[in-house]
Design a binder for this molecule. Structure first.
Ligand code: S3P
Length: 751
């Protein structure tokens, strides 16, 4: 064991650190493994073994191995590591041969595509003998085959799965792991059974389908005709039917049980789809197709992100904001985030089909959309902001197959918790690193008082585990904080709770839930600061036009105010009075902002907002405006930084529990840029002056990233803003619109 351990720690490029590597089976995979390690100079010698003399000759000629041996015993004598790269059904015989040799501390490993049968064969062959065996599977095939296709780079950025068994000691596992990593592979460890099940679903089943489809069509008498017209779809779907038949025949025989399990599930799904076609059930078809399409896109993104991470060795998206700029133009920022979330929730619970326009295609609202798809709601789109929701009624949601992932979105998690507390099924709500730190007791506690059964992680953090099948009872709740999310959560629970549910807020907060419930025909009473609902009514599908988000417009309201000689128009912005604190505060600071063309759209007021440059002055921000501008403070702090005099914010402790601690994170960034900013427990004091350049961190908070982009307009040098990827949660086209009006911010490295 100690020998192998030292081999691992010694694995360094440049000098040969292993003695003998033997590769048995000089095909594409074995040859590429041998060639890669040989080129890295990690072994004193690389020896190839193959039954085919031509492969042996080529392997030496092409520099895949140092030499070949015909005799297995001679090759393996004194080897440090032996790689078994023979066809999977030949493995049993080979292992029996190897068991006859004295292998000492030699480590055996393999590359078979199914692992259960190899592990069984090794157990059988080595009964009563000790062996160091680490089963492995590089997922790196290619249409090419044979030793002549050997490629030292084949495994770079490809996954290799190791499935340690009782014969894999820690040092042997570490050695094999280190060798694959030397070849640039992304190594993971997995249980044998899990590997076989995952591969049956993701690789073996698709190959089976491709082979059958081509064979089934080819057998038909009109096959020539079919193939002549077979276009992209057929070609794409059946590419893998060109793979090596013998190898795949081996794989299906080797991984029989797992393949049968996955095939049976698939057959049931296929039968259900057949029935839907037969019955003309378009709803069922649309459900399957929309879910599949989203899943495919999601999968594409995962792969893309992996490639990005690989290329950059980090996921830090940096914005580079160059100083100066004069703004002009007319733009429409994306749809309101709060309203977009609610349109999906209420549209799903309504009876009939709801059409939404202007939907925000940002990651937060999409997380809500996906959650409802996961609960069986058929949702078409979004396509250019249009979404069609086939409502299932208040009692029509289905149990999701797994946890519902809310990404970065506090609104999704808090509002959904109210609704899910009343469903007949259990759910788990999870989120990303930022959301996983945010307080959820503010919803869990009152929901428990209504009869909900909810568990959280320590200190009331996500994930939330919600037990279904509870009977909720309405109650009167006095909110300890001014939160529209808590209010909305309880009102949504109230749709299912016996009797009346009333929520009283300490200060006005956004009232989109109340307005939209009414828009769906559900009665809501509002009496002063108390909103109430009673269960027993229904939601009726409607048409929703989502106005542009004032919280996104806010970046340009500040930008237009602080940049010199600027004038901008922001079109069709929602100016619900519970959201317009940013306009009031900027006006108190001396901002030049006018509302034009005010109109009512589906229960919400909208206007075009004109902003011109102005000489801003510092103010004491009135505390009653805090909840009405709660999301706009990061960018208002930027306005305060260039205003004349001191700005003081108090009563805004809620800012500390947003996507980041917005008081601390903004203070840190502003101070780094030379601004005099002093955080206080519930606010900040900013002495206006000038903004310098430098490095700041958005801490994954979209609004911080965008605020520092705006700061560049008055900065004296470039600002590099780290950790900006989450801008996509609320404002996916922020950079494009910024460029259009004249803010000089872009992803670093891109013009
Ligand atoms: C929101 C309410 C606010 C706000 C958030 C969206 C909503 O949160 O900050 O961005 O859609 O209800 P709180 O209710 O926590 O203040």
């Amino acid at each position: 064991m100690s020998e192998a351990k030292s081999a691992v720690t010694q694995v360094q490029p440049a000098a040969p650190k292993l003695g003998r590597l033997v590769v048995i089976g000089l095909g594409l995979i074995g040859g590429s493994f041998a060639k890669g390690l040989r080129e890295r100079g990690l072994c004193r010698e690389v020896i190839g073994v193959d039954l085919d003399p031509e492969s042996r000759r080529l392997a030496v000629e092409l520099g895949v191995v140092d030499r070949c041996e015909v005799d297995l015993a001679a090759a393996c004598q004194g080897a440090d590591i032996i790689q078994l790269a023979v066809p999977i059904l030949a493995m049993e015989k080979l292992l029996t041969e190897l068991a006859k040799l004295d292998l000492g501390t030699t480590v055996l490993t393999d590359v078979g595509s199914a692992k259960g049968n190899v592990v069984r064969a090794a157990r059988l062959a080595f009964t009563g003998k000790s062996v160091r065996f680490v089963p492995g599977h590089p997922i790196a095939g290619s249409e090419q085959s044979g030793v002549e296709a050997s490629n030292a780079q084949l495994f770079r950025r490809h996954k290799v799965i190791l499935t340690p068994c009782e014969q894999s000691d820690d040092a042997a596992l570490a050695l094999v792991d280190a060798l694959w990593r030397e070849l640039g592979a992304d190594v993971e460890h997995m249980e044998v059974e899990h590997h076989d099940q995952v591969l049956a679903a993701t690789s073996h089943l698709p190959h089976l389908l491709a082979f059958t489809l081509v064979d089934s069509l080819a057998k038909r008498s009109e096959n020539l005709e079919i193939f002549r017209y077979a276009a992209g779809g057929f070609r794409d779907f059946t590419r893998i039917a060109g793979s090596d038949p013998v190898m795949w025949h081996d794989i299906f025989l080797a991984n029989r049980e797992a393949v049968l399990r996955t095939l049976d599930v698939f057959r049931d799904d296929l039968d259900a789809l057949r029935d839907a076609v037969d019955a003309g059930d378009g709803h069922q078809l649309l459900g399957v197709f929309t879910r599949a399409r989203v899943a495919r896109e999601h999968f594409g993104k995962i792969l893309a992100r992996r490639a990005y991470v690989d290329a950059m060795h980090s996921n830090d998206l940096v914005f580079l904001a160059n100083p100066g700029g004069k703004l002009s133009g007319r733009i429409r920022v994306p749809g309101d985030k709060s309203i977009s979330h609610r349109s999906i929730m209420l549209g799903s619970l309504a009876e009939g089909t709801t059409h939404v326009e202007g939907f925000l295609e940002g990651e937060d609202a999409l997380a809500t959309l996906q959650a409802f798809r996961d609960m069986g709601v058929v949702i078409e789109g979004p396509h250019h902001g249009r979404v069609t929701i086939h409502g299932v009624g208040l009692n029509g949601l289905k149990a999701p197959a797994g946890p519902l992932y809310m990404g970065n979105s506090g609104t999704s998690m808090r509002l959904l918790s109210g609704l899910l507390a009343a469903q007949p099924f259990d759910t788990t709500l999870t989120g990303d690193a930022s959301l996983s730190k945010r307080p959820m007791n503010r919803v869990a506690k009152p929901l428990r008082e209504m009869g909900a059964v909810i568990e959280t992680a320590p200190e009331g953090r996500p994930p939330l585990m919600i037990k279904g099948g509870q009977r909720l009872t309405g109650m009167d709740y006095e909110m300890p904080m001014a939160s529209a999310q808590v209010k909305s959560c309880l009102l949504l629970a109230g749709l299912y709770a016996a009797g009346r549910t009333s929520v009283t807020e300490p200060a006005p907060t956004r009232d989109h839930t109340e307005r939209m419930l009414r828009g769906f025909g559900y009665p809501v009473t509002v009496d002063g600061s108390t909103a109430s609902v009673e269960s027993g009514h229904k939601l009726t599908a409607t048409h929703i036009e989502v106005p542009a988000d004032i919280s996104s417009a806010a970046f340009f309201l500040v930008a237009g105010s602080i940049a010199e000689d600027s004038e901008l128009v922001l079109e069709h912005v929602g100016i619900n009075p519970t959201r317009t604190g940013v306009i009031d505060i900027l006006k108190l600071m001396g901002g030049d902002i006018t509302l034009e063309n005010q109109r009512e759209v589906g229960g919400e007021t909208v206007a075009d907002i004109r902003v011109r440059s102005a000489k801003l002055k510092g103010i004491d921000i009135p505390e009653d405006l805090v909840p009405l501008a709660i999301d706009e403070f990061p960018v208002l702090f930027v306005a305060a930084s260039v205003a004349e005099g001191r700005t003081v914010l108090r009563g805004a402790e809620e800012l500390r529990v947003k996507e980041s601690d917005r008081i601390q994170v903004m203070a840190d960034g502003l101070i780094a840029l030379g601004v005099k900013a002093e955080p206080t427990p519930d606010g900040i004091i900013i002495e206006g002056g000038s903004i310098g350049g430098g490095e700041v961190w958005a801490h994954g908070d979209h609004r911080i990233a965008m605020s520092f982009s705006v700061a560049s307009l008055r900065a004296t040098a470039p600002i590099r803003i780290h950790d900006c990827a989450n801008v996509a949660t609320s404002f996916p086209n922020f950079l494009a619109l910024s460029a259009q009006v004249g803010i000089r911010v872009a992803e670093e490295g891109k013009a």
